[in-house]
Design a protein around this ligand. Sequence first.
Ligand SMILES: *[C@@H]1O[C@H](CO)[C@@H](O)[C@H](O)[C@H]1NC(C)=O
Ligand SMILES: *[C@@H]1O[C@H](CO)[C@@H](O)[C@H](O)[C@H]1NC(C)=O
Ligand SMILES: *[C@@H]1O[C@H](CO)[C@@H](O)[C@H](O)[C@H]1NC(C)=O
Ligand SMILES: *[C@@H]1O[C@H](CO)[C@@H](O)[C@H](O)[C@H]1NC(C)=O
Ligand SMILES: *[C@@H]1O[C@H](CO)[C@@H](O)[C@H](O)[C@H]1NC(C)=O
Ligand SMILES: *[C@@H]1O[C@H](CO)[C@@H](O)[C@H](O)[C@H]1NC(C)=O
Ligand SMILES: *[C@@H]1O[C@H](CO)[C@@H](O)[C@H](O)[C@H]1NC(C)=O
Ligand SMILES: *[C@@H]1O[C@H](CO)[C@@H](O)[C@H](O)[C@H]1NC(C)=O
Ligand SMILES: *[C@@H]1O[C@H](CO)[C@@H](O)[C@H](O)[C@H]1NC(C)=O
Ligand SMILES: *[C@@H]1O[C@H](CO)[C@@H](O)[C@H](O)[C@H]1NC(C)=O
Ligand SMILES: *[C@@H]1O[C@H](CO)[C@@H](O)[C@H](O)[C@H]1NC(C)=O
Ligand SMILES: *[C@@H]1O[C@H](CO)[C@@H](O)[C@H](O)[C@H]1NC(C)=O
Length: 462
Amino acid sequence: MVNICSCELLILTGSILCLVCVSLEYVPEDNYLIDCGSSTNSSVGDRVFVADQSYSDVLSTPHSISANTSSDSTSSTYDSALYQTAKIFNESSHYTFPIKKPGRHWIRLHFFPFAYRNYNLSMAKFSVSAQNFTLIREYRLESPPIVKEYSVNVTSGSLVLTFTPSVNSFAFINALEVFSLPDKLIPAGARTISSLQGNYKNLWKQALETVERVNMGNQTVFPQNDTLWRLWVSDNQFLIHNNLVTFVSNVTAVNFTGGGPSENIAPALVYGTATRLNSDSDPNINANVTWLFDVDPGFEYLVRFHFCDILSNPLPKLYFNVYIGSWLVYQNLDLLKLTFSLGAPYFMDVITRVSDTRLLNVSVGPSNVGTPYPNAILNGLEIMKISNSEDSLDVLDSISSRSSEGDEERSSNNYQMSTQFNRGNNFETRVSAREFSLGGGDDLDGVSMSKVFAQMVREEMR
Ligand SMILES: *[C@@H]1O[C@H](CO)[C@@H](O)[C@H](O)[C@H]1NC(C)=O
Ligand SMILES: *[C@@H]1O[C@H](CO)[C@@H](O)[C@H](O)[C@H]1NC(C)=O
Ligand SMILES: *[C@@H]1O[C@H](CO)[C@@H](O)[C@H](O)[C@H]1NC(C)=O
Ligand SMILES: *[C@@H]1O[C@H](CO)[C@@H](O)[C@H](O)[C@H]1NC(C)=O
Ligand SMILES: *[C@@H]1O[C@H](CO)[C@@H](O)[C@H](O)[C@H]1NC(C)=O
Ligand SMILES: *[C@@H]1O[C@H](CO)[C@@H](O)[C@H](O)[C@H]1NC(C)=O
Ligand SMILES: *[C@@H]1O[C@H](CO)[C@@H](O)[C@H](O)[C@H]1NC(C)=O
Ligand SMILES: *[C@@H]1O[C@H](CO)[C@@H](O)[C@H](O)[C@H]1NC(C)=O
Ligand SMILES: *[C@@H]1O[C@H](CO)[C@@H](O)[C@H](O)[C@H]1NC(C)=O
Ligand SMILES: *[C@@H]1O[C@H](CO)[C@@H](O)[C@H](O)[C@H]1NC(C)=O
Ligand SMILES: *[C@@H]1O[C@H](CO)[C@@H](O)[C@H](O)[C@H]1NC(C)=O
Ligand SMILES: *[C@@H]1O[C@H](CO)[C@@H](O)[C@H](O)[C@H]1NC(C)=O
């Protein structure tokens, strides 16, 4: 009797401890949150962005201007407190952050252009680099608040972030986040698919840029509901043929205690909602659920799929295929077999190359192995651009498929010929890639046009 009791007590304390550790907030070892250009600290959710005077020792600049605006056009957004001020640089300037914990750090750059005296921040054109990686080159911002997120593996004692204005222009930044990531959030490498050589690629030397972070189930998850202050946008804007799907939600079904991914990988609000194939009315349905994303060609991407079976009880178990474009990522995915329990989160990483299209499409669909009940789900998706061999993440430095598929080994004498050969072969895509890599002042038009194009394709497919 006594033994059983203490055993039960142990289980009870065990599960209380687990509850505690699940809800425990993440405290990054290195944590720099700066409200640039501000003379006061700003609270955003449970975090304080410190006035940049307090961090004057990390900034090295020949000349900088603190700008402010009374414009409250963004007052409804979560982090609007950060967008009332900005730091303007008219010459190259560096932030040097001392780093205590080696490993991956996130760099989040907050931009919200406004007009200050004779500086119209919408006109600013500049580059940003971190360590030796180009994050942004000759960039001009679109108007809404933009948060750009990067991660770099810091192996030295500091992280250097450099803002460089373009000729006759200036750079600006509204707020900065630099903080340590939990170990194992970003893998040291991942399996590759598509035309990539080999079946594994190391990532530990690469910088990454978050291109999309999506929550399936038609629900946005805001930074205040994520242990790492990530925004997960709703998937409905990316779905094509959305009449084929059903949005499902059961956040209480998510069970993090099985030793799989923790809440730092993705919160329960992400694993607890899903988009699934709607097979209710037609049990013989054979169709894919597809999401379409706009990406820069000429880069490799780390794609992370988040799964959690929140619906099999009492339905038959899930059994489905996962694709990127026409490439099979996983055949006959059986979540229960991989996780051993319903509601247990699961994620998988693959690396793919996007060569000659601006669209990266991700699908889940019924397995061709007979299942009593066709089904397929996805709970979340992250797409991260991988820095290329020029250590750049900027579209201006994209490397066309020509040079990445072994042409580097060719002698430079053959360069002209292979270029022409490829042009003849694949004229349209080659031209657009060239326009991108040569694009001067019109580059932003190119970017927004591609967004428009992706939107048009999505609409056409509805
Ligand atoms: C802002 O916060 C920092 C760090 O918590 C603190 O050292 C500083 O005194 C604060 N500054 C103001 C103006 O409140
Ligand atoms: C900007 O800051 C200055 C000095 O603190 C203040 O006098 C001014 O009213 C502020 N302007 C706006 C538009 O908030
Ligand atoms: C930046 O501004 C300062 C102060 O107005 C000025 O002295 C300096 O020459 C400017 N630098 C450039 C590159 O325009
Ligand atoms: C700032 O520049 C943008 C883009 O060129 C323009 O639309 C806007 O009217 C300008 N604002 C001011 C106050 O000049
Ligand atoms: C950046 O590149 C320079 C020159 O190639 C090298 O000396 C330096 O160690 C690199 N810095 C980092 C942080 O990788
Ligand atoms: C960071 O780089 C070091 C080698 O310098 C490597 O051992 C480590 O695994 C890398 N970390 C990540 C998260 O890639
Ligand atoms: C998806 O979300 C959007 C925006 O919140 C909403 O308008 C729409 O009705 C939702 N669709 C479904 C099927 O729930
Ligand atoms: C998100 O976080 C806010 C603030 O902490 C909280 O009030 C809200 O209930 C959370 N939303 C969900 C869906 O958990
Ligand atoms: C949510 O999941 C839990 C655990 O699997 C289950 O007991 C509950 O009935 C589910 N709720 C709904 C609304 O499906
Ligand atoms: C959560 O998962 C663990 C490990 O698989 C299991 O022992 C436990 O019963 C599950 N909890 C619930 C509420 O399903
Ligand atoms: C998805 O991508 C593949 C390969 O790029 C293409 O063949 C297919 O037509 C695309 N599907 C949709 C719906 O765009
Ligand atoms: C789902 O997409 C894959 C990859 O494009 C394709 O091979 C498969 O035939 C599609 N299945 C259905 C039912 O359309």
